[in-house]
Design a binder for this molecule. Structure first.
Ligand SMILES: [Zn+2]
Length: 231
């Protein structure tokens, strides 16, 4: 069954120039041994848990919720629904996914299956090499996200296990109190993927995601290699 699947990589390569949340330290790599000197090559890498394409565990906003190593593997390989609002969003950094857009998606494509993950394509991924275009001016975070009503519907009426997006965060940049993170998803044990790319290569329904997140003991999240499988 999987032999004929096409694999789409949704991951931004993780290096020193990856786009970061303002103020968070960029990844650093230090060469410890080299082939020429030691016979083998290896580095020590230091990174903020929420760097580049990364996973948010529920404990990121809720004390006592699951850490990244406690996420069941079953929850990391899921069918995905991909809602594309990039045309409507255009360059509107304050755009959020509305409940009407979710319902219109279902009217066209069918109901989002229970236990799926929902990825939102805003088109912001096109800007991820330009920090101001992607995240806003210093002190004024701006990027699209999931609206509260839409997120509530996906969690309560569709039983989704996770949300993903092609921006810096699930909550829009404007939403400084992180209502989706702190009130809707993490309290119920859902995870997030942020800074996804290549979402335009995915069909609305029918693909699966494999979330290759590091099981960091006690971690709030981790960079992740995120692969989509297309039938
Ligand atoms: Zn995060």
């Amino acid at each position: 069954m999987l032999g004929s699947a096409k694999v789409v990589d949704l991951t931004i390569p993780l290096g020193a120039d990856v786009v970061m949340w303002p103020g968070a330290p960029a990844p650093e790599a230090e060469t410890l041994v080299t082939v020429a000197h030691d016979g083998f090559f290896a580095r020590r890498v230091t990174f903020f848990e929420h760097s580049g394409t990364h996973f948010d565990a529920p404990c990121h906003f809720i004390d006592g919720q699951s850490t990244v190593d406690q996420i069941p593997a079953q929850s990391l390989v899921r069918p995905i629904a991909v809602i594309d609002i990039s045309e409507r969003v255009g360059n509107d950094a304050d755009a959020v996914l509305t409940l009407d857009e979710v319902l219109a998606f279902e009217a066209t494509n069918g109901e989002i299956p229970q236990g799926a993950a929902v990825f939102l394509r805003t088109g912001w991924e096109e800007k991820n090499s330009d920090v101001v275009a992607y995240s806003g001016q210093p002190g004024d975070l701006r990027f699209p996200g999931f609206g509260v009503e839409a997120a509530q519907f996906l969690v309560e009426s569709r039983g989704v296990v996770g949300l993903g997006i092609d921006t810096l965060g699930i909550d829009s940049g404007e939403a400084s109190h992180f209502p989706v993170h702190s009130q809707i998803t993490h309290p119920k044990g859902l995870w997030h993927l942020e800074n996804l790319q290549n979402l335009k290569a995915l069909p609305p329904l029918g693909a699966w995601v494999v979330v290759g997140v590091l099981p960091l003991v006690g971690g709030s999240g981790s960079p992740a290699r995120v692969l989509a499988l297309l039938p």
